[in-house]
Design a protein around this ligand. Structure first.
Ligand code: AVI
Length: 337
């Protein structure tokens, strides 16, 4: 890069003639918002739900009576850790690498069982939030003092691709049904990336929300207390705060619907009037027609056939599915094909 200034041989300060000055780099959030809101139809990535306020709202969602996935997966990990452990081929030291560990509450049940069995393993949670990893490390040191933990902070694509192999087999965890928030190509990319870093003795345990009575799914994503609505509207608050936008929250509605024919819950924000929203940091306005949509989230529900097909398309085979008692959810154990 050209120097901004330098001292010449006479030791006088000379300004570089490179103009205009390099522009201040836009944040990934700003770029994604600019692109997403100028696309037709408009969309925003659900990964931007999770600022501090959004993460707190998500904690509330997980406690809602209508939101069954967290309880269903918790039941699997609480009641079947012995079956999961027995299905792993490891009789020597191994690692458990968790993608997007968050508060690690569910995983703790599996870890507790393995520590109790004196299994020799290191738990390596990966999360983008350094604060979340620090808190998790503190909590685990208190509740499972015998556990070896190595936290990894960063984007999991980057962390996984730069992880030095210590020669031990790795069990990868991708829990919570997060795979359902990816469009099909994105899900396959992520799974192939895991497949590429995985050795033959590696395993992947991944959570899938399953098809069920459509009403149960519809209500889980449109709860009576309006918490999911607040979760979506928080995206507007985030753009107001971080990008200097002037969204009026009462000018937008939340709508979500479940299509039982393809298993997709689609969530969106709806502009209640024709309006312009100005983004100070982008120096740009975005025009909304009345009833125009911003697509915010896909939450895909799977059949077992779709899970088999997804595994095959990304280089895996399903070894075993662990279900909750209602068969609402599965933690699916995969190996390389
Ligand atoms: C994180 N993810 C699996 C949740 C889901 O069910 O799709 C996020 C969520 N969105 C609305 N409610 C919960």
């Amino acid at each position: 890069m050209a120097p901004i200034n330098y001292l010449n041989s006479n030791h006088t300060l000379t300004l570089s003639t490179t103009f205009p000055p390099p522009s201040i780099k836009e944040s990934p959030f700003a770029t994604d918002v600019r692109e997403g809101l100028s696309a037709v139809p408009k969309s925003l990535s659900s990964k931007y739900f999770y600022d501090d306020a959004g993460s707190r709202i998500f904690q509330q969602i997980m406690e809602l009576p209508e939101y069954y996935p967290t309880r269903a997966e918790m039941e699997i990990l609480t009641r079947q850790p012995a079956d999961i452990a027995a299905a792993l081929p490891y009789r020597k030291p191994f690692n458990i690498i968790e993608l997007g560990a968050g508060d690690g509450l569910k995983t703790k049940e599996l870890l507790k069982y393995l520590v109790g069995q004196q299994a020799d393993f290191t738990y390596m949670p990966i999360d983008i939030s350094g604060e979340a990893m620090q808190q998790l490390e503190g909590k685990l040191a208190e509740t499972l003092p015998g556990l070896k933990v190595k936290t990894l902070v960063g984007d999991y694509f980057e962390v996984l691709n730069n992880l030095d192999s210590d020669g031990r087999p790795n069990l990868y965890l991708f829990l919570g049904g997060n795979i359902g928030n990816y469009e099909k190509d994105g899900a396959i990319n992520l799974l192939r990336m895991i497949r590429n870093v995985m050795q033959a003795d590696g395993r992947l345990l991944t959570g899938f929300d399953l098809r069920k009575n459509p009403r149960i799914i519809q209500e889980a994503y449109d709860d009576a207390a309006g918490v999911t609505r607040a979760f979506n509207l928080n995206l507007l608050t985030r753009m107001n705060r971080e990008l200097g936008a002037d969204f009026f929250l009462d000018q937008f509605d939340f709508y979500s619907f479940y299509n039982p024919r393809n298993g997709e819950v689609r969530s969106m924000l709806v502009s209640l009037s024709e309006q312009d929203v100005y983004f100070k940091s982008l120096n740009q306005s975005v025009h909304f027609q009345k009833n125009e949509l911003i697509h915010t989230e896909l939450s895909k529900k799977y059949t077992l056939t779709e899970i088999d097909a997804l595994a095959a398309e990304s280089g895996f085979v399903v070894e075993r599915n662990f279900f909750d008692s209602q068969h609402y959810f599965t933690d699916s154990l995969w190996q390389c094909d």
